[in-house]
Design a protein around this ligand. Sequence first.
Ligand code: BGP
Length: 469
Amino acid sequence: MYHKFIKPFPKDFLWGASTSAYQVEGAWNEDGKGPSVIDMGKHPEGTSDFKVASDHYHRYKEDIALFAEMGLKAYRFSIAWTRIYPKGTGEINEKGIAFYNDLINELLSHNIEPIVTMYHFDLPYALQEKGGWSNRETVDAYENYAKTLFKYFGDRVKYWLTINEQNMMILYGAVLGTFDSKIENPQKELYQQNHHMLLAQAKAMKLCHEMCPNAKIGPAPNIISIYPASSKPEDVIAASNFSSIRNWLYLDAAVFGRYNSIAWSYLEEKGYTPIIQEGDMEILKNGKPDFIAFNYYSTSTVAESKNDSSNKNSTGDQQIAIGEPGVYRGVSNPYLEKTQFGWEIDPIGFRNTLREINERYNLPLLVTENGLGAYDKLEEGDVVNDDYRIDFLRKHIEQAKLAITDGVNLIGYCPWSAIDLVSTHQGFSKRYGFIYVNRDEFDLKDLRRIKKKSFYWYKDVIESNGEKI
Ligand code: BGP
């Protein structure tokens, strides 16, 4: 639709930026922190581990001062479950509580709204050893952890996110380092884990409303528009299949408390249906989100599955769908350019995704990730000319504005990432930040913070409330 008048961003729009604990903090075994599945996992050869990351744990004051200078109205970060409960449950680690108390207070002293992800891929290893999400006890452990977060931080945190990219953990867990490859019937088991995570999420949403009536809580999956490769009806069905399995399964459960019917018939067909105990659907129904947070990097394009060996059931990456025999086949979109890491760049797809989610759920939307991973170059005089990142973000913000004009209730935009950090599986060289961290894949150098060109650009965007982009 062409609009003659473009609406401005709302006055109190949450211009923010994002990180996650294990990718930015470092201090992986300090002050009583227990190991997580990430700490105990393997990292692809040639990429950094997460032990030091950006050393944010020790430098958070300096970092928050920079965020404030950039003008951030919100900062989306995650709490490491293993700092609060080193073993996932049991005794609280007071130093973990103290760290996040300080972090939250520091943000508030700079008028930056904390947006807290409760769990971002880093399940406590002690829980993993007892079966992780396959074990129903993990639901209780998460609920107990949620209760602790609301009790200690609920007086100051107004925005909570339950689980980061649950859908990516289920679909691409091996790439993200969250998947236990030792399990016997992995696909079926994954959907049992998924069911348990849905229960955990619903319980947390209910608890949040009871304990913190002024706070808001929502899920944070990765949601993208799925295009059919052509107008061939078979391709359209394939796109609808993938969209239900990848997107709507997760949001229908979070918002309506039910399983999406196409996704469910897929689970039946494959023999992946989870065991649903009596009362489970009641639990799902009782947890209601106040908003939908979602991460968006790219769209996917799919064609009819040929149901043969050319249609591999695998992927090299969380944003590059290869397909599943009999269900859909991922193809590349000839209309889109790609990042240095092969992710298709689709700002208009962002507008479309916002519209689709809005149409289905009619809830406020919060973008919790969007951004460009690139090999940045530190030039003479501490300069990083990341014009390509500015270009990427500008185009997405323009589309967000059009989506608002379309009638989407978008409350905030938090690009990934506030500062350089370790990528999920492609190391430190794949940078996303507005702030450069002076380290290499393995050489930690001085970890000095350097403002990139995009830092100054985003500052102007925020200052002008999205008018000067
Ligand atoms: C999302 C995750 C983030 C993040 C981002 C970029 O899937 O929620 O943790 O890292 O993608 O992905 P990557 O680090 O693989 O480039």
